[in-house]
Design a protein around this ligand. Structure first.
Ligand SMILES: *[C@@H]1O[C@H](CO)[C@@H](O)[C@H](O)[C@H]1NC(C)=O
Ligand SMILES: *[C@@H]1O[C@H](CO)[C@@H](O)[C@H](O)[C@H]1NC(C)=O
Ligand SMILES: *[C@@H]1O[C@H](CO)[C@@H](O)[C@H](O)[C@H]1NC(C)=O
Ligand SMILES: *[C@@H]1O[C@H](CO)[C@@H](O)[C@H](O)[C@H]1NC(C)=O
Length: 218
């Protein structure tokens, strides 16, 4: 059913694009991707974005949700664009951008996820993420999944960062890649709504672990 509705959404996208700036079907499509890939509920309890987030890697271009990429392709810091779902969504103020490794489909990530990118205080300038007044807590560190561990899901999310935001202990100064409790970070720091997100998949070598039925179908 989900696959069918995705196909239907894709077929309708060109129609919607021709009609202007309503991206509600693209928003439904990314919501379906997050459910189908298990990111909801494994990493995020829910995902109801009000904008679309697109990554653009040098030499690759804009990537589609769930696109399988090599670690070489995702090694440079991507440019990030954020497009409101419709004209009534205003993207003003400051945001926090993060990328975490949600591992392979079906894995148990309750013990934490590896943080690959964490920037506080980004702004959105004409749909592009601007970090001119931002603080890089964890500068972008490209995905580097263990060889043979299967296709990891790298999830990139943008949260509203209200003025009451307060970095939790250990996250107010730059810190390298490490495992952390992502949802605790979001909650304890006082981040606001999850505005937009996407994910990519990166695999190194051939999978030697047995994956769930879901991932075999993909
Ligand atoms: C605009 O998009 C938001 C977020 O998807 C949605 O909640 C709202 O209903 C939409 N408004 C209109 C007028 O379509
Ligand atoms: C995931 O691991 C935790 C801790 O090891 C365990 O308590 C939990 O039941 C596991 N969840 C699933 C869905 O297997
Ligand atoms: C916004 O982007 C434009 C075009 O790239 C640039 O000229 C301008 O300085 C930017 N504004 C801010 C506040 O960063
Ligand atoms: C801002 O973005 C540039 C280009 O992506 C990057 O080189 C720089 O480290 C970033 N700065 C911060 C504070 O994130």
């Amino acid at each position: 059913m989900v696959q069918f509705s995705l196909l239907a959404s894709v077929a309708l996208l060109s129609l919607v694009r021709a009609q202007g700036t309503d991206h509600s079907l693209d928003v439904k499509a990314i919501e379906a991707h997050f459910s189908q890939s298990g990111i909801v509920p494994q990493l995020l309890a829910q995902f109801e974005p009000s904008a679309l987030l697109t990554l653009n890697f040098q030499g690759v271009g804009s990537v589609t949700p769930g696109q399988l990429l090599t670690k070489e392709q995702v090694s440079p810091t991507p440019a990030v664009t954020v497009t409101p779902a419709n004209a009534s969504v205003q993207l003003a103020g400051t945001y926090t951008l993060a990328m975490v490794d949600a591992d392979v489909v079906g894995s148990n990530i309750s013990q934490g996820v590896t943080r690959h990118w964490l920037i506080n205080g980004v702004t959105i300038n004409d749909s592009s993420i601007s970090n001119t007044s931002a603080t890089a807590i964890t500068p972008y560190a490209g995905p580097w999944p263990a060889a043979g561990s299967g296709p990891h899901r790298y999830v990139v999310v943008l949260y509203e960062q209200p003025s009451s935001f307060s970095a939790p202990d250990g996250f107010s100064e730059p810190i390298g890649v490490s495992v952390f409790d992502f949802n605790a970070y979001v909650k304890n720091s006082g981040l606001g709504a999850l505005v937009a997100g996407t994910y990519i998949q990166v695999e190194e070598g051939t999978a030697t672990v047995s994956l769930s039925a879901t991932s075999k179908c993909r």
